[in-house]
Design a protein around this ligand. Structure first.
Ligand SMILES: C[S@@+](CC[C@H](N)C(=O)[O-])C[C@H]1O[C@@H](n2cnc3c(N)ncnc32)[C@H](O)[C@@H]1O
Length: 282
């Protein structure tokens, strides 16, 4: 059942029906600047070895999936799962990874994975858990897919204040469209900010040796506020923002530009993003 009352659940439903054009924005603007560098960090944490079998949950356009295929190499095996047909279409369209493991993509919600028990060495989930309507069931599915001793690596953003470009977008939405929409925007990706919640959830799902690290990485939007604002097209509240009047859209654009000022250097936004990286074993 989709819990659309919590913002993460509403975002999950929005991803499920997102258009190809919206997810192209995600893949072109956000993946290279944000999700590829963070994906490398996550795979370093889980110490992925050549030949290992990896399942990447909420794989999106294959960000961590493809990095994992390159690292596990031709002797490895990688499966990417996501509920968004548009994301999976982009992932499949990117073709195989040269000298990498073969990749399978599967369309499924994270709490009902159509994969066999105990068949993977490593499970990854980068910036997906916060959206799942049933997070515990999803972690249970990842645990079921792992061999005994298998490792899980989960990335979940810290508080939005520690991800300043996106705090700028939240406050610009608040100024123009009000608290409800701003809170719904921020409550999706940044809706699970506490390390303790992540640790407790992993332990309740039956994982052991749980360790939650704090990391920060730089982020640059060289296209400045316009490029940052473009990411809203891939957000779970994109439909509501698209429905604003032309005057309010212009106010939103101006608010993003004004609030980005403290982050600007040479016409680029230069800032950082902070995430928890959780590691554990089955
Ligand atoms: C922020 S994106 C992260 C994608 C990818 N891990 C990456 O690093 O680029 C979140 C992803 O979670 C997926 N997602 C959201 N709710 C989901 C659910 N209930 N089951 C499976 N995937 C879900 C979305 O479709 C989207 O691809």
């Amino acid at each position: 059942m989709t819990n659309t009352r919590q913002p993460g659940g509403a975002w999950s439903a929005a991803f499920a029906s997102a258009s190809r054009a919206a997810m192209d924005v995600y893949a072109e603007v956000m993946v290279p600047r944000m999700f590829v560098p963070w994906g490398r960090e996550l795979l370093d944490e889980v110490a992925l070895e050549p030949g290992e079998a990896v399942v990447d949950i909420a794989c999106g356009p294959g960000t961590v999936t493809r990095l994992a295929a390159a690292r596990s190499g031709p002797a490895g095996r990688v499966t990417g799962c996501d509920l968004s047909p548009a994301m999976l279409e982009i992932a499949v369209g990117r073709g195989p990874v040269e000298n990498g493991a073969a990749i399978d993509y599967v369309e499924a919600p994270a709490d009902r994975l159509p994969i066999a028990d105990m068949t993977f060495d490593v499970a990854t989930c980068q910036q997906g858990l916060q959206f799942f309507p049933d997070r515990l069931a999803a972690l249970g599915e990842m645990r079921r897919a792992l061999r005994p001793g298998g490792r899980i690596g989960i990335a979940v953003w810290k508080r939005i204040e520690e991800c300043p470009p996106f705090a700028v977008l939240t406050e610009a939405i608040r100024e123009v469209a009000g608290d409800e929409l701003a809170d719904r925007y921020a409550g999706g990706p940044w809706g699970m900010p506490l390390a303790e919640d992540l640790r407790t959830l992993l332990e309740r799902a039956g994982f052991r040796d749980v360790r939650v690290a704090d990391r920060a990485l730089p982020i640059t939007f060289e296209g400045g506020p316009t490029q940052l604002g473009a990411t809203l097209a891939a957000a779970g509240v994109a439909g509501e923002l698209e429905a604003l009047s032309p005057q309010d859209k212009e106010r939103l654009r101006a608010a993003v530009a004004e609030r980005s000022r403290p982050l600007m250097a040479n016409s680029a936004i230069r800032s950082q993003l902070a995430s928890h990286l959780a590691l554990a074993r089955r």
